[in-house]
Every structure is written in structure tokens, then in C-alpha cells.
Write a protein that binds this ligand. Structure first.
Ligand code: GSH
Length: 85
């Protein structure tokens, strides 16, 4: 089953690169919105992320995960796999 994964990024952002590398390493495909290229999506991201304004903001199957550190913490705790189909 495929996953609905969305990540809001900026091109220069090392946390974004790290987060995408983890998803890539798991073969997880995602929709990426670069808010540097599309600044009009920034407000949408902040609203969906309950006020968080840093990038990346990551959403997995309708759930707000948070940023790169949050996703890495879930991975370290062995909890990321259960969020993915
Ligand atoms: N702990 C956060 C750090 C994210 C972070 O600091 N992102 C920077 C860009 S690398 C940011 O969004 N800065 C504010 C901004 O660009 O508006 C995470 O792991 O995602």
C-alpha cells in the first residue's frame, strides 16, 4: 500500500535534505512543496503544522510529524515504520 507523505522544504535547508534522505532510504515516495519557490504555500504549511514555521514540516498519512528531528526521533524509537503502510 502506498503512503501519503508530504514534506514542505526550502532548497538550502540541511534538515530538509536529511529528512528526505531518510525517506529515500526507506523507498518512501513523497510530495515535496518547496516554499522558497512557492512562498504562497507557507501559510498553508503553518496552519497545517499548528503554528510551526520552520522547514521541513512533514506529514505522513494525514498525521503531522513535525520537523526532521521529530521524524529522526520516531525512527530512533522504532515508531516510524508503524506510521508507514
Ligand atoms: N529542529 C528542526 C530545525 C529546522 C530548522 O531550523 N529549519 C530552518 C532551515 S534549515 C528554518 O526553517 N529556519 C526558519 C526559516 O527558514 O524560516 C528540524 O529538525 O526540522
Amino acid at each position: 500500500m502506498s503512503n501519503d507523505v508530504t514534506i514542505y522544504t526550502k532548497d538550502y535547508c540541511p534538515f530538509c535534505h536529511r529528512a528526505k534522505a531518510l525517506l529515500d532510504s526507506k523507498g518512501v515516495t513523497y510530495t515535496e512543496y518547496d516554499i522558497g519557490v512557492k512562498p504562497e504555500l507557507r501559510e498553508e504549511m503553518i496552519e497545517k503544522a499548528n503554528g510551526s514555521h520552520t522547514v521541513p514540516q512533514i506529514f505522513i498519512n494525514g498525521q503531522h510529524i513535525g520537523g526532521c528531528d521529530d521524524m529522526m526521533a520516531l525512527e530512533a524509537q522504532g515508531k516510524l515504520a508503524s506510521l508507514l503502510n
